[in-house]
Design a binder for this molecule. Structure first.
Ligand code: 1PR
Length: 537
């Protein structure tokens, strides 16, 4: 098989990129030192995390002259995400200058009217020719807070072909190509078949093809539909996808066995092929008493990332831990194991609540020692999700509590008109004196990039999402929120997208029980005029 060289300078999920390259018929050779760059014919620069961190990693390892030489020699060069960003002159994210191959600077998305980071599937519109297999009708997976603003004609006058995307009212650069260079702000390795096509076109050297008269669509971000798999070992010791009713995963009949809905890797693939925009795995029992290196979720991620080319999130048990042999292992080290196995994001729940309690105890000061700060510092905010497990506490009037309350249209058992949402830990088994607004704002400050907003009252009820909860949290933070718990039919997805400002919506039981497919949900959203990405085969 023909070879491509990949620069091994970043932490993060490079496994998916390797899998994607292999999928299109190439093998990967790692570049581990500047000398190795000379051996490369085709070179790919992956990128995650912070602009300045990325540039300083480069220069301290002595890569800059070697990369410059490779590019100037005219050999094929591809850069992804932060890889694209460092080709520019600089970014407001850092005072360290970029490589300056392309004129222009990055700035941050405006978060006054939309969530930042920009996470999800968006366009890469090219105006005339189809560049490296990019199609105006396809969607690509983006995850970033900083962007190159698009100003018509500016890059084109320097000879670049430009693909653009729109987020809110901001138009930005999705990809650029010129001569031997292709750089994408989106992650082609996470963009399903559309992304694989771009990687293949680059590796095959197919720079341009006709656009076949497709219209360049100007719309932006699609509605993200996520399939969530709660995973645990059942009483027979098998790893199964399960699903609780208000977090109770044991059958009412059938001897109280753990509900077994299928095998994690197979089900993830099925949802990918139905068009799921992301897959989330929650390890709901954290597999106690197992050496960390053997964590079954590592194997699940490795296998899933071979066939599933959309973002994978893993949650459960991400906290400072003592291994079975007594070795202390930090949450950051556990997260690193997951990223290396194919995860794009890690999700923290109980540990986030403990960290938030400490944050308030210390007078809302940060010391850099929480798992959220450490993981987001190393891998970027976009890699850290906090999964929140709240439940309703009803009260007659707001003065009964110091917590953030709402007036509810669904009164409590004694006709209470108000409620607040208490945070829980350990899968809902313990409550804490903290409300969901306090938790969400604290973890946003610590560097979380996204919230999975579960709701214990709604979980497994098939009665729709808790719109009041989602409104309360959306009004408090500006990072993206994934609505979770209660989805029972496609109409519930339409409802949450049209009545709240949620950034994504997640379903579990209705998919696992085979009541609806992800495709049916997306078709329904499409019929209702909401933009979705459809699976490309
Ligand atoms: O505390 O960091 O070890 O993380 C544990 C993780 O496991 C948390 O994210 C927590 O939400 C999850 N978890 C723990 N126990 C359970 C349980 O069900 N017994 N599952 C559990 C949470 C909630 C959702 C679910 C939606 C949608 N599952 O993710 O998939 O509610 O369900 P639906 O569409 O069928 O209504 P840590």
């Amino acid at each position: 098989m023909p070879k491509v060289h990949l620069l091994d300078y970043v932490a993060g999920n490079v496994r998916s990129l390797v899998n994607a390259i292999e999928k299109v018929g190439y093998t990967v050779e790692w570049v581990k030192s500047p000398e190795d760059v000379e051996k490369a014919d085709k070179l790919i620069l992956p990128g995650v995390g912070h602009f300045g961190h990325c540039m300083s990693q480069f220069s301290s390892a002595g890569y800059l002259p070697a990369i410059r030489k490779h590019i100037e020699s005219g050999k094929p060069f591809m850069a992804i995400c932060v890889g694209l960003q460092v080709l520019f002159e600089g970014s407001s994210e850092s005072s360290i200058p970029g490589l300056g191959f392309i004129k222009g600077k990055l700035d941050k998305f405006d978060n006054t009217s939309k969530s930042v980071p920009h996470i999800g599937w968006n366009s890469a519109n090219t105006s005339e020719k189809r560049v490296y297999g990019l199609r105006p009708s396809s969607k690509y997976y983006y995850v970033h807070s900083y962007k190159v603003p698009y100003r018509e004609g500016e890059l084109e006058s320097q000879g670049w072909s430009v693909a653009t995307a729109r987020y809110g009212d901001e138009e930005f650069v999705g990809a650029v190509a010129r001569g031997n260079i292709l750089a994408t702000q989106f992650h082609p390795e996470k963009s399903g078949v559309a992304g694989l096509r771009v990687i293949k076109a680059f590796l095959d050297g197919t720079k341009e093809s006709d656009a076949h008269g497709e219209l360049a669509l100007k719309e932006g971000l699609t509605r993200r539909v996520i399939a969530c798999l709660d995973v645990r070992t059942n009483d027979q010791g098998d790893l199964v996808v399960t699903k609780g009713d208000q977090y109770d995963v044991r059958e009412k009949a059938d001897g109280g066995n753990v509900r077994n809905l299928g095998k994690p890797v197979e089900m993830a693939k099925k949802y990918y092929e139905q068009g799921a925009d992301e897959i989330t795995f929650l390890n709901i029992t954290s597999f106690r008493d197992c050496p960390l290196a053997d964590l079954p979720m590592l194997e699940i991620l490795r296998r899933t990332s071979e066939t599933v080319f959309v973002p994978l999130t893993i949650g459960g048990g991400i906290r400072d831990t003592t291994d079975t042999d007594g070795t202390k292992v930090s949450a950051l080290e556990i997260a690193t194991m997951y990223f290396k196995s194919g995860a794009d994001k890690v999700s923290l729940a109980s540990d986030a609540v403990t960290a938030a309690e400490e944050y308030y105890r210390q007078g809302q000061k940060l010391f850099g020692n929480t798992a959220i700060e450490q993981i987001s510092g190393a891998y970027g905010n976009q890699a850290v999700v906090v999964s929140v497990d709240p439940k309703r506490v009803y009260i007659s009037k707001p003065t009964e509590t110091k917590h953030n309350t709402i007036q509810t249209n669904y009164p409590g058992p004694n006709g209470e008109q108000y409620c607040w949402y208490v945070c829980t830990v350990k899968g809902g088994r313990e409550t804490r004196d903290m409300d969901v607004v306090e938790l969400a704002t604290a973890v946003e400050t610590m560097g979380a990039g996204e919230i999975i907003l579960n709701c214990i009252d709604k979980d497994g009820t098939n009665s729709g999402f808790d719109l009041e909860l989602i409104d309360q949290v959306k009004n408090a933070i500006s990072i993206p929120v994934i609505a979770s718990s209660g989805a029972g039919n496609p109409g519930h997805f339409e409802e949450v997208f049209s009545k709240t400002r949620t950034d994504a919506a997640l379903g579990a039981g209705m998919f696992h029980r085979g009541e609806y497919t992800v495709k049916q949900v997306k078709d329904f959203l499409g019929e209702k005029g909401l933009m979705v990405r459809q699976f490309e085969s």
